[in-house]
Write a protein that binds this ligand. Structure first.
Ligand code: ADP
Length: 216
């Protein structure tokens, strides 16, 4: 069976991260989440973290050059062999074009590109209750999926992301519309649109159907 190379596009709060967890488990893929990588770098105060921090805090996009270098590092032979899921990348046309070149050089192409379609108001209500495990990045919701100890190495420290305030979520939605929406026509007919207002289980079923139904 050839490896899966998936891509999730969608605004903050559209459920990409929650679905990513389930899909990685179901299909045994590597998670390439630029948001998680950046937050980890900021926490560890690496050079990348220091350069990215002010952008992430403000809800703005980190410059393309930094993101592209980060992606080049993540596309290692073992991940290519195993298959992967891009979550939160690409987010600009330039990143999309660069990714196309990188994949072409590697002789691979994306197998499924999903767009999580959702309204701004819905994302705001979801994000207000979002909590994240600082150790493994697992996502919880105070009402729908209350935080609980997730793994042996997890300390039980759940935080609200500093960019998860309503004001910043509104700003991130504007940034999404301005800078990421152009990617929808860039991917055109290859894009599979998902109604992100459905329940997590329903969305998971739709994703599995699309992946298993068209896998080569
Ligand atoms: P969300 O989908 O909830 O906005 P992410 O975890 O994907 O959250 O991203 C959080 C922040 O990290 C973004 O607001 C942005 O500052 C930065 N970021 C993540 N991915 C990218 C990217 N591909 N290009 C530029 N900035 C990014």
């Amino acid at each position: 069976m050839s490896p899966l190379y998936l891509l999730f596009l969608g605004p903050a709060g559209s459920g990409k991260g929650t679905q990513a967890e389930k899909i990685l488990e179901t299909f045994g893929l590597c998670h390439l989440s630029t948001g998680d990588i950046l937050r980890g770098a900021i926490r560890k105060e690496t050079l990348l973290g220091k350069k990215a921090e002010s952008y992430v805090e403000a809800g703005d996009l980190v410059p393309d050059s930094l993101i592209i270098d980060l992606i080049k590092e993540t596309l290692t032979p073992d991940r290519i062999e195993k298959g992967f899921l891009f979550d939160g990348f690409p987010r600009t046309l330039e990143q999309g074009e660069k990714l196309k070149e990188l994949l072409l050089d590697l002789g691979i192409s994306l197998t499924h590109i999903f767009y999580f379609d959702i309204s701004l108001e819905k994302t705001i209500s979801r994000i207000a209750g979002r909590r994240i495990c600082v150790d493994c990045n697992k996502i919880y919701h105070i009402d729908y999926n209350p935080p609980k100890t997730c793994g042996e190495d997890c300390s039980g420290n759940f935080i609200q992301r500093s960019d998860d305030t309503e004001e910043k979520v509104r700003h991130r939605y504007d940034v999404f519309e301005e800078q990421t929406v152009p990617l929808l026509s860039f991917y055109g007919e290859d894009l599979l649109s998902i109604d992100a207002d459905l329940t997590p289980d329903e969305i998971h079923r739709e994703l599995c159907l699309a992946i298993e139904g068209t896998k080569v």
